[in-house]
Design a protein around this ligand. Structure first.
Ligand SMILES: [Zn+2]
Length: 400
């Protein structure tokens, strides 16, 4: 049995911290949490000094197959499956070193994330626990079509969902709107009709799978919510960013009626804020949207929409694998409290990903997924960048 000592502990729910905790770990699970506790005689003590212990982060949105280069699409398309899998292994290790002990991969090629899921299930040091959607459903030549998930029409959609269920995915992802990454795709354009979205939701739920929507615009979010999706990725309610350069008033329009529907139906927003510092300044059409985005997130918060924290790691150089702590910090920069951001990255994220019974909390019976950070992130969220120790299922991960 391990007895991990730290200065403070946030259990994933809070609101406060436990002072001078000792976390007992046995067989990969948490056996007990003793405040101000002493170490049992038969335990191996691990003293983490003046750190705060948190549940390992659950990143609700990553793309392990994208390598965060200047040309993620080209590099993915040129890579063989084996090359891609090797990059995904490295991406997973980078996330784990940043304290992310569970990732939900929302877009791979050829179900490669499921192979990584198997590998890291056997070896805690190989990477985080992986949950995966396989290739996202998209229209012919639609957003991220090159991942191999093109499907259209009610029957086509149902068959695509069945294929994913047969592969054993953890979640179904549908590209409800276009996206920035794909040339010619418009993030405001809704790719699917209502009958197709409804078919995706029904077929996924029939197989006991949650279903999440990639949706940028208010129209796409509204369509996803009314079709019964469990979650919306990004969920930034953007307007006027047509890919053809016809950028009439790029903005943000958080529709209060849609937010109220999300609350009423329990639809969670998987926010993908944040990026590494030191990158190039955002293009003007993005920069002009930021004040509206901050106001919109305040409206979302006020309405009481459930939020979780995803990084979208892999898609751009400033979204490198391992950058997830910047997504947590960005929630605070855009108006959430540190407590809200930390819940969004731990217990709430685990609940939204369907693993709340074993991830996202430091409590007896939960997997011993832990991250120690220097300082107190409830007082100063930037402490999440100072990761000093990571444990996955009780195994200490060597950090560089
Ligand atoms: Zn994404």
């Amino acid at each position: 049995m391990l007895a991990i000592r730290a200065a403070k502990l946030f259990d994933g729910i809070g609101p406060g911290t436990v002072e001078r905790p000792v976390v007992l770990v046995e067989g990969g699970r948490i056996a007990g949490v003793v405040p101000g506790g002493s170490v049992p005689a038969d335990a191996v003590p691990v003293d983490l000094g003046e750190t705060t212990l948190l549940p390992g982060f659950v990143d609700t949105h990553v793309h392990l197959a994208f390598d965060a280069s200047d040309d993620v699409v080209g590099r993915l398309r040129r890579a063989s499956d084996e090359e891609l899998l090797e990059r995904m292994r490295a991406a997973g290790r980078a996330a784990l070193s940043a304290g992310v002990t569970t990732v939900r991969d929302l877009g791979d090629r050829g179900y490669l994330a499921l192979r990584l899921r198997e590998e890291t299930a056997k070896d805690a040091t190989a990477g985080p626990t992986v949950l995966a959607s396989g290739p996202p459903l998209t229209t012919p030549r639609g957003h991220c079509w090159f991942l191999g998930g093109q499907a259209e029409g009610v029957e086509g959609i149902r068959a695509a969902v069945r294929e994913r269920a047969a592969h054993g995915v953890d979640v179904v992802k549908v590209m409800v709107t276009g996206g920035d990454l794909t040339p010619g795709s418009d993030p405001c354009h809704v790719q699917y009709g209502h009958a197709e979205l409804l078919a995706a939701v029904r077929e996924a739920h029939r197989h006991g799978l949650p279903v999440t929507a990639h949706a940028h615009s208010a129209a796409g979010i509204a369509d996803a919510v009314s079709a019964g999706f469990d979650m919306v990725e990004h969920c930034f309610f953007v307007t006027g960013i047509a890919g053809d350069g016809d950028a009439d008033d790029p903005g943000v329009d958080y529709d209060r009626r849609i937010l109220d529907d999300m609350v009423r139906l329990g639809v969670v927003a998987s926010l993908t804020l944040g990026s590494l510092p030191g990158g190039p300044p955002p293009p003007p059409r993005i920069a002009r949207r930021i004040p509206g985005l901050v106001a919109g997130l305040a409206a979302m918060r006020e309405a009481g929409v459930g939020v979780v924290c995803g990084s979208d790691s892999g898609i751009f150089p400033v979204k490198a694998h391992g950058s997830h702590p910047y997504s947590v910090a960005a929630m605070v920069e855009t108006g959430f409290t540190p407590l809200e951001a930390l819940r969004a990255a731990t217990s709430a994220a685990a609940r939204a990903c369907g693993v709340a019974c074993r991830k996202g909390c430091i409590a007896p019976g939960f997997d011993a997924d832990l991250v120690a950070v220097a300082g107190n992130p409830l007082a100063d969220i930037t402490a999440v960048h100072a990761v000093t120790a990571v444990f996955r299922e009780g195994v200490r991960i060597p950090l560089d």
